[in-house]
Design a binder for this molecule. Sequence first.
Ligand code: ADP
Length: 584
Amino acid sequence: MSNLPIATNAVVRQHALKLLRRFRRPALVMLGFYAAASAAALAAPFIIGQFVQRASNGSLTSRAVLWLVVALLVSSLSNTALNYIARRQSYTLGERVFATLREEFLADVLRLPLSVVERAGTGDLLSRTTNDIEALNRTVRFALPEWTVAVIQTVLTLVAMFLTSPLVALASLVVVPVLAITTKRYLRYASPGYVRERIAYATMFGAISETAEGARTVDALRLSDRQAGRIDESIREAFYSELYTLSMRLWWFPIVEANFSFAVTTTLLWGGWLFIGHHVTIGAATAVTLYVVQMTDPLDRIVAWLDELQIGQTALARLIGVAEVEDDRSHDGGEPQGELIEITDVRYAYRAGHDVLHGVSLSIQPGERLAIVGPSGAGKSTLGRLIAGIDIPRSGSITIGGESVANLPLSSIRQHVALVTQEHHIFIGTVRDNLILARPSSNDDAVRRALAAVDALEWVEELPSGLDTELGSTGHPVTPAQAQQLALARLVLADPHTLVLDEATALLDPRAARHLERSLSAVLEGRTVIAIAHRLHTAHDADRVAVVIDGLIAELGTHDELLAHNGEYAALWRSWRSDIPGAS
Ligand code: ADP
C-alpha cells in the first residue's frame, strides 16, 4: 500500500506565506493590537525603576508615589484592554484561516483519483482527515496566536531593555549562544520525530479501522491473531515515536529553564557592579533586571508552543501533500456527442511493468447488450472499471461519444456511463436527498417516477414521512434489498446511457436477487448494457459476447456464432450447461 504524499518544508512555507498574504490586513491589525498591549505592559518595570531611583536619591515625594501608582494602573489596565481586543482578533483570524485550510483540504480530497484512494488505503486518508485536521486546528487556533504574542512581547522587551540601558542589557546576551545552539539541535532532531509520530498514528488508525471494517472476513479466515499482531506492532511504533519526541523535550526544556534563571542572575550581578562603579543609575539597573524577569514568561511560552507548532507544521505538510497527487485526467475534453463507446488497443497495469490488459479493442453500439465472459483473473472487472472511467488506460484509448475518458472529469463521465456494483451506500439525509445526489435538479415527480420504475414507490410512501423520511446510520432503517432499490432509483435519475454491470458484485444477495431482478431490468431498459457475466444465461441473452482470456479478447460474436466456432466460449458453455441438473 502506497501512502499519500507529504509536502516538503519549502512547500509548507510557501503555502503558509500565501495564506498570510491572503489575510494580510486582519493579521496586521491583530499584530498592531498585540504590539500596543505589550508596549503598555513594558511601562511597569520602567515605572518601578523610577520608584527605586527616586527612593535612592531622596526625591520620592508622596505626590510622586501617587503619580507612579496611577501610571502603573493605567499601564496595566490598557494592557488588559488591548490584549482582549487583540486576542479576539486573533481567534477570529484563526477560525478563518483554519476554515480556509479545511476547505482546501476537502477540495483536494474530493479531487483525488479513485484509484489513488483505493491504493493508499483508508487509514492514511482517515488519519489525515481526523488526526491531522485536529492537530492543525490546535495549532492555528491556539499555538500560532500564543506564539506570535510571545514573540512580539520578547522582541519589544528586548527593545525596551536596550533603550533603558544598552550597557546593562548586554548581560542578558550571555545566554544567547547556548540557547541558539541547543534550540537548533532540538529542532533538527525533533522534527523528523514528529513526522514519524504522525505516520505511526496513521498506520495505527489504518490497522484498527481495517480490522473493524473487515471484522467478518477477519473472523472467517481466522486472521484475528495476525490483525492483533499488526495492531500491537503499530501501537508499539506509536509508543516509541512518542517516547522519542518526549525525550527530546526532556533534555531541551531544562536547559532552556536554566538559561532563563542564569540570564536574570547575570543581569542583576552586572547591573549591580555597573551601579557601584557609577556607570549606570540604580533605576536603570532595576528596570533592566525586571525586564529580563518579565521576558522569561514569553520566552517560556515560545518554547512551550514550539512543539505544538512542529506538530502543526507536520500536520499541514500531510494535509497539503494530498494536493500533490497528480490528477489522472486532463479535464479539457468537450461534451461527448452520441453514445458510441470505442475501445482502442487498451493496456492497463495496476503495478508498473505488469499489464493485466494487453491491447483490447472493441466498439460497443448504443443500445447493445454486451456480455463479457472469461476465467477469473482474466481482466474482465478491470475492463469494466476502465469503461466506467474509474481508472484511465495506461496506453490506448477509450472514447465515449468521441471524447476520450482521460479528458473528461469523473462527474461528466457519470452522466453517460455508470458502474453498478453491490455497494449501495445510504447517506445520512432524507430519501429525497439520497436520490437526487445523482441529479440535484430533479423535482419530486422525477423522484417518484424513479422510485416507481424500480418498484420502490409503494414502501417509500408508507415510510413515516414519505420522501422526507431521514435515512442513514441515525435515521429510519432500510433492508439491504431496499437499499439496493434506492441505489437503482438513483441510477434511473442519473440516467446514464450506458451501464456496466459487474455480476460478481452486483445483486449478490440471492434472496433479494429474485425480487430485485424486476427492478434491475426496469433500469436496464433502453440503455447500453455491458455485463460482466458470471451466469452464462446472461451471455446467452446478450447481443454479443466478448470472451476475455489473459487480458485479451479471445473471441467476439453472438452466442450462436461462438457456439458454432466451437472455441473457448463453446467449451465454457458446455461445462456450464453440464453443471445444471436436468439440462443437456
Ligand atoms: P476478472 O474480473 O476477470 O476476474 P480482474 O480484472 O479482477 O479479473 O483482474 C485482472 C488481473 O488484475 C488479476 O491478475 C488481478 O489479480 C489483478 N488485479 C485486479 N485488481 C487489482 C488491484 N486492485 N491491484 C492489483 N492487481 C489487481
